[in-house]
Design a binder for this molecule. Structure first.
Ligand SMILES: Nc1ncnc2c1ncn2[C@@H]1O[C@H](COP(=O)(O)OP(=O)(O)OP(=O)(O)O)[C@@H](O)[C@H]1O
Ligand SMILES: [Mg+2]
Length: 325
């Protein structure tokens, strides 16, 4: 049994490193790194490095799709990607060393036909039979309905396989009614999806719409988890410098492993924070610094917060409840 990760918009991630970007100039590169990417691929890479069986599913096509398959094989990762006629996209990250920052360019991805989607969903239904948990991550390529993740969540629920969903906006909203076990927006994605609410209120909104538990990642501030059995806050011991791209994917890997193993929430969250913080310390998305992970695990704090009790309806007879104006 494995944890299956789904990447519908897989990519060849290309990383260029320059001193700084100069508009109007040519930039000669010492090296260019190419590797299989997409959020679900990053999650599977982290799980594989933890020594946990993981399987990469999703869509791949054209020469870039072949490159993704070859890279996964070279990394010792199992894949069951579904072939499509279109060409898998590239993403380009230009790391500016002088600024200690990066610019990321994301292609939209190939157009997926209705027949290709049907082939994928049939294949996914078969993969559920060998999955202890599934992870659905990232954007949807053109051609797919906004409800694509909703369909996959419903299929996983019918097969009793726990499902983690990491996406944002309309595809996230459309999937909530199907009842994902866990959704993991970051703070900006939560705002984009439910509007300007505070983090706790936003998480409660996603739960009312159908998510069983919500884990909001807050960058260097850690995580807030709202689950049926409690509310927790987990924080890394310090803000780390490095590459935060892919830290959320490392958090998702730990949360999916915890869901598959039914680990108690505080332990799950401690692992998610320590692993994601250790991912900041590794230069490429999908990698983490293993010694840093062990060190951070022992120093990550998890605190239980009071669950919200039902707000009593104010009685007009109560003077304290009378509006002031
Ligand atoms: N600078 C940092 N120092 C320590 N820990 C960090 C830092 N940045 C991120 N983390 C850890 O990584 C987790 C996920 O980070 P973040 O909220 O940025 O995810 P994300 O935006 O979904 O990332 P991505 O989608 O690029 O993988 C945080 O909850 C935290 O545990
Ligand atoms: Mg993310």
């Amino acid at each position: 049994m494995t944890i299956t990760t789904v990447t519908l918009n897989a990519a060849v991630d290309v990383t260029y490193t320059v001193d700084r970007i100069r508009t109007g100039a040519s930039h000669r590169l010492a090296t260019a790194r190419h590797r299989a990417g997409g959020k679900g691929v990053n999650v599977a890479r982290v799980l594989t490095a933890l020594g946990r069986p993981a399987l990469v599913a999703g869509l791949a096509g054209g020469p870039a799709g072949d490159a993704v398959r070859r890279d996964l094989a070279a990394s010792g990762m199992a894949e069951a990607l579904t072939a499509i006629a279109g060409t898998t996209r590239q993403t380009v990250t230009v790391v500016e060393e002088a600024a200690g920052d990066a610019a990321v360019f994301l292609e939209p991805g190939p157009e997926v036909s209705a027949a290709e989607w049907r082939a994928f969903t049939r294949h996914f239904a078969r993969l559920l039979g060998r999955s202890r948990a599934v992870v659905l991550s990232g954007s949807l390529p053109p051609g797919l309905s906004e409800d694509a993740y909703g369909e996959l969540v419903a299929a996983a629920r019918r097969s009793d396989v726990p499902v983690v969903l990491d996406t944002t906006g309309p595809p996230l909203l459309a999937a909530l009614a199907a009842g994902p076990d866990l959704v993991k927006p970051n703070a900006a994605e939560l705002r984009e999806t439910v509007g300007a609410e505070d983090v706790r209120a936003g998480a409660e909104t996603l739960r009312r719409a159908g998510a069983r538990s919500v884990v909001v990642s807050l960058g260097a501030e850690g995580l807030l988890a709202v689950a049926p059995d409690g509310v927790w806050r987990a924080r890394p011991p310090e803000r780390l410098a490095g590459n935060p791209t892919g830290a959320g994917d490392a958090a998702v890997a730990a949360l999916a492993a915890g869901l598959a193993d039914r680990t108690p929430w505080p332990e799950r969250l401690r692992a998610a924070v320590a692993l994601s913080a250790a991912a900041v310390r590794a230069p490429l998305a999908g990698d983490f610094d293993a010694p840093a992970y062990r060190d951070l695990l022992s120093r990550t704090a998890v605190t239980a917060l009071p669950a919200v009790t039902a707000v009593p309806t104010p009685r007009p007879a109560d003077p304290a409840a009378v509006p002031l104006s």
